[in-house]
Design a protein around this ligand. Structure first.
Ligand code: DLL
Length: 432
């Protein structure tokens, strides 16, 4: 049976019907948390809003935002809206600083998450006869089990290889005839590089699709992965606070469709917190529509992005979001210009001489902040010596100036000195 969409009703729902559905779910959710979570009751009361004030979608703007520190302040389960007896799984973010962000799920939440994942993977050519190698970190991270469940629901063969042991990943791709690979885009590059070293041409394997996410990556990086891996590189986006991956996914036309029957997206100006007009850039804010264990109301993701409602050739009517430019936490202000690592990446990827590996080092010289971009040259070029290295680093620096408008010295480091990622790549080294 030919089935184009996993869930045709919602994926192709007309705007009016979707808005009606969203309003109904929003009303339920604000009431659900107001009645059950003291934090929300207090926040709504302080703002002078009641669940009954939500009469149309625009009324959501009257409700308070939720931010990361609210989750930390109420760690681990203070924002939970159900008794522990109804919780069946708890995920958590890696939390590089302080305590992690917790993500509890009821059985129904898990089921819906699984549906969202199956929906995305189906749109990305995964079928019951696919062999899907899941190299996202297994465990507390939502990537591993999120993709696992979605793939199981489709009924394909799942290889839960987890992140790391890269040589073995290459072996499994070859021996098992893996057709779909799930991992972060930076880990995919690590796998491709390892394969090249092992003398394995990934293009000659059965691998056809990649399902990448969990970190920002440029279109140029995607093109590189597609070219070197001989695959279609699809994307997923999500965050622990909203239940992990499954918030949005790319279709075959690279449009990132938001599962807006599950999350209600808004874009706000990060300074004024006012909604910005459609198509304009700002901070992504999500409200959960169907979750029960820990539904977030107007959660500020800190991800910088824009939303567009345009007709997509794939036939899906789900609103689309742009590729994430970066997190506002990772935004650097250099000579007064706002810069995201992904913009530096875009310039670097124009240079076929460099490896798709880079780090941005921030340091202090006296009172002055100093930035350098470190990257690697292809080994044979590096071996040509200093004058080659100097010429290329100068050209990159000039190009960064042309494109982004900032003066940044570029340092070429010896081959393979930038640490290869197996999960989320660390792009900024802050030594200030
Ligand atoms: O990274 C969930 C996930 C797993 C998404 C696997 C996709 C695939 P967290 O660890 O909580 O959850 O990190 C969430 O990662 O706010 C973004 O800043 C970033 N992020 C996630 N997906 C993308 C993407 C998972 N496709 C944070 N592009 C988010 C850019 C992404 N950034």
């Amino acid at each position: 049976m030919f089935k184009k969409y996993w869930d045709e009703k919602f994926e192709t729902m007309n705007d009016g019907a979707m808005k009606k559905f969203q309003l109904e779910k929003l009303k339920e959710t604000v009431k659900w948390v107001y009645d059950r979570v003291p934090f929300y009751k207090k926040a709504f009361d302080n703002q002078g809003v009641k669940p009954s004030d939500l009469q149309e979608l625009a009324d959501l703007a009257k409700f308070p935002f939720t931010i990361k520190t609210d989750l930390r302040d109420n760690y681990p389960f203070g924002l939970c809206a159900v008794p522990m007896a109804d919780v069946v799984r708890i995920h958590a973010s890696s939390g590089t600083t302080g305590k992690p962000i917790t993500g509890p799920y009821t059985a129904e939440d898990l089921d819906q998450w699984t549906e969202c994942m199956a929906r995305g993977l189906w749109a990305q050519e995964v079928r019951p006869d696919s062999i899907l190698q899941n190299a996202y970190g297994m465990g507390l991270f939502t990537g591993g089990l999120g993709f696992h469940q979605g793939a199981l629901r489709i009924g394909c063969a799942v290889v839960p290889s987890g992140a790391g042991m890269t040589e073995r990943q290459v072996m499994l791709i070859q021996d098992f005839g893996t057709t779909a690979l799930c991992c972060t885009p930076s880990y995919c590059l690590t796998i491709i590089e390892k394969a090249e070293k092992m003398g394995v041409d990934i293009k000659k394997t059965a691998l056809r699709t990649g399902h990448f996410g969990a970190e920002p990556w440029s279109v140029e990086m995607r093109n590189d992965i597609e070219g070197r891996g001989g695959i279609h590189a699809y994307e997923h986006y999500g965050l622990t606070e909203l239940g992990g991956p499954g918030i949005s996914f790319t279709c075959e036309f690279y449009q990132i469709h938001v599962n807006e029957d599950h999350v209600y997206p808004e874009i706000v100006d990060p300074e004024t917190l006012q909604p910005v007009p459609e198509g304009e850039e700002g901070e992504l804010v999500f409200t959960a529509l169907q979750r029960r264990a820990m539904p977030m109301i107007r959660y500020r993701t800190r991800d910088i992005c824009s939303l567009k409602r345009e007709k997509c050739q794939c036939g899906r009517t789900l609103i689309t979001m742009d590729k994430i430019l970066g997190r506002s936490d990772d935004m650097m202000i250099i000579s007064g210009v706002n810069v995201f690592p992904s913009q530096i990446e875009t310039v670097l990827m124009e240079f076929p001489e460099v490896e798709p590996q880079y780090q941005i080092r921030l340091s202090k010289k006296g009172y002055i902040d100093h930035i350098t971009v470190e990257t690697e040259l292809k080994k044979h070029l590096y071996d040509e010596g200093k004058s080659k290295i100097d010429t290329i680093s100068k050209s990159i620096s000039t190009r960064i100036h042309q494109i982004i408008g900032i003066n940044v010295p570029v340092t070429v480091v010896p081959p393979e000195t930038i640490e290869r990622s197996i999960g989320k790549a660390k792009r900024i080294i802050d030594e200030r």
